[in-house]
Design a protein around this ligand. Structure first.
Ligand SMILES: NC(=O)c1ccc[n+]([C@@H]2O[C@H](COP(=O)([O-])OP(=O)(O)OC[C@H]3O[C@@H](n4cnc5c(N)ncnc54)[C@H](OP(=O)(O)O)[C@@H]3O)[C@@H](O)[C@H]2O)c1
Length: 209
């Protein structure tokens, strides 16, 4: 597939790039800072842009089979990047010919928090409240769009290796504060993008236990 990856310089975005290349996909990385991908530039097409700009996204999207977003706010727990980028992307996609889109959000956003464990409800309902409110707005923009969207709601993320043993479902039982690797999230996103099972659905992901 020809894939456009947003947030490609982030921790999950880089996993998406590496795994997509390994799977034989043609990959375009949409980034603010191309120098951060110098080590991959012989294998990845790198486009410079801002993910909150309709103009930048409209220039990047055409010619791709799917767009994958691993955009995030880094270490900041206050940001409006998710809602601004979702608004820009859904508008830019309208005339782009690109319909398939897989977005990384988070477990605990919107109605999913009700399914959480006591610890998840405590953490996500306080420390992450502002960030998750922005993601909730973004996710509703995406759900209301004409895109063939998939929203991905993983639990807390690690930099660990891919295990292939994570769980996925529209709802999952949660206990404590489960974690899973960004590598497993990237694997799910790439598999979902290539198939039809998760179109217009939200996938909760968690570790195997
Ligand atoms: N940490 C967790 O436990 C956890 C759990 C569930 C879900 N998530 C979600 O997973 C996602 C990815 O997190 P992560 O830690 O892997 O990534 P991250 O380190 O937060 O990386 C974010 C990426 O977004 C890019 N970005 C931000 N604003 C942009 C803009 N205006 N235009 C273009 N690019 C922009 C950054 O580019 P620069 O390099 O230029 O800054 C970077 O590539 C986030 O949405 C996060 O909330 C995280």
């Amino acid at each position: 597939m020809k894939l456009l990856v947003l947030g490609a310089t982030g921790a999950t975005g880089r996993e998406l790039l590496v795994q997509a290349l390994r799977a034989g996909h043609e990959v375009t990385a949409f980034v603010r800072n191309p120098a951060a991908l110098d080590d991959l530039k012989s294998r990845v097409r790198v486009l410079t842009g801002d993910a909150t700009s309709v103009v930048d996204l409209a220039a990047a999207l055409p010619g791709h089979d799917a767009v994958l977003s691993a955009l995030g706010s880094g270490k900041s727990i206050r940001s409006d990047i998710a809602s601004r980028a979702a608004t820009a992307l859904t508008e830019a996609a309208e005339d782009s010919g690109v319909r398939r889109a897989v977005f990384l959000s988070a477990f605990g956003v919107g109605g999913s928090l009700a399914q959480g464990s006591v610890m998840q409800k405590t953490l996500y309902g306080t420390v992450m409240r502002s960030l998750f409110a922005d993601k909730a707005v973004a996710d509703e923009v995406i759900r209301a769009s004409a895109l063939d969207w998939t929203l991905v709601y993983p639990v807390a993320l690690t930099h660990g290796p891919a295990t292939g043993t994570y769980r996925s479902g529209e709802k999952l039982p949660m206990r404590g504060l489960p974690r899973m690797s960004r590598a497993d999230v990237a694997e799910f996103m790439l598999t979902a993008a290539a198939g039809t099972e998760w179109i217009r659905r939200t996938a909760v992901l968690s570790s195997s236990r």
